[in-house]
Design a protein around this ligand. Structure first.
Ligand SMILES: Nc1ncnc2c1ncn2[C@@H]1O[C@H](COP(=O)(O)OP(=O)(O)OP(=O)(O)O)[C@@H](O)[C@H]1O
Ligand SMILES: [Mg+2]
Length: 238
């Protein structure tokens, strides 16, 4: 049930994650508190192994093995069944991960349409929208191409168009520029900010790239599983 009166669209309190390994207990996240407001672009910034992807996966409802409380879009994730979480994701959440996870047997356009097909919303209007999104990421001329014939940057742009085809309220992005050259990386970043400006989508970007983090409205710095710095939204400063 969506009952949270919080102003935050994403919120974590006392969030910790510990895993058991052969060499003992490993604390991956320790007592994380955060709140992200609607339409913010927030970077989760930290070095390799600091816990960024783990945090993103938990906030997105993809990893349920944590202690503490996590709210996404007003839902306490621990209280939702896997089916209910999948429903929330399908309707309101987009993902762009470092591995693009495009389906090799589908063309660029078919890959963008996939989330709509899954949710049974494949209307002519939506198909037109998917085509427009491919245009927005500069790939109209590649819409009938298969992933294997696209460059890494082009595949990532298809993944971005796919993430936006459901009009997500929240978009989770993991290392968007990790495997791209600087031109393609810049293009992807510009597109993300453009989509935020036009559609007001809340965007959470995991990155180790400080230049990218600085472009975001806010940086949550993570070190060895702890948030060590979190400049607050403007109205909470002072
Ligand atoms: N299931 C697991 N079992 C044991 N250790 C894990 C597990 N998942 C993650 N870790 C460890 O937790 C730490 C954080 O991992 P995570 O993938 O979140 O880091 P990251 O900040 O995303 O790093 P990178 O920038 O390299 O992607 C790492 O030291 C990793 O080895
Ligand atoms: Mg990672």
């Amino acid at each position: 049930m969506n009952t949270t009166p919080s102003k935050y669209i994403i919120q974590a309190s006392n969030l910790s994650k510990t895993v058991v390994t052969k060499s003992g207990l490993v604390e991956i996240l320790k007592d994380v508190h955060l709140g992200i407001e609607n339409s913010e672009v927030v970077a989760i910034w930290g070095s390799s192994g600091s816990g960024k992807t783990t945090l993103l996966s938990i906030l997105a409802g993809l990893d349920a093995a944590y202690t503490g409380q996590v709210n996404l879009l007003g839902y306490d994730l621990a209280k939702l069944t896997e089916d209910a979480k999948a429903q929330v994701r399908k309707q309101s959440v987009g993902f762009v991960f470092q591995s693009f996870l495009l389906i090799p047997e589908l063309t660029a356009l078919e890959n963008v349409l996939l989330p709509l097909e899954i949710s049974g919303e494949l209307t002519p209007h939506r198909i037109q929208k998917a085509e427009e999104l491919l245009g927005l990421v500069g790939l109209t001329h590649r819409s009938k191409h298969y992933p294997a014939t696209l460059s890494g940057g082009e595949q990532q742009r298809v993944a971005l168009a796919r993430a936006f085809v459901i009009d997500p309220q929240v978009l989770f992005v993991d290392e968007p520029t990790g495997s791209l050259d600087s031109d393609n990386g810049k293009l992807i970043i510009d597109l993300l900010f453009q989509l935020n400006a036009v559609l007001k989508t809340t965007i959470v970007i995991v990155t180790h790239d400080h230049d990218l983090a600085k472009k975001c409205g806010r940086i949550l710095q993570i070190k060895a599983g702890r948030l060590i710095d979190q400049n607050l939204p403007s109205e909470e400063r002072s």
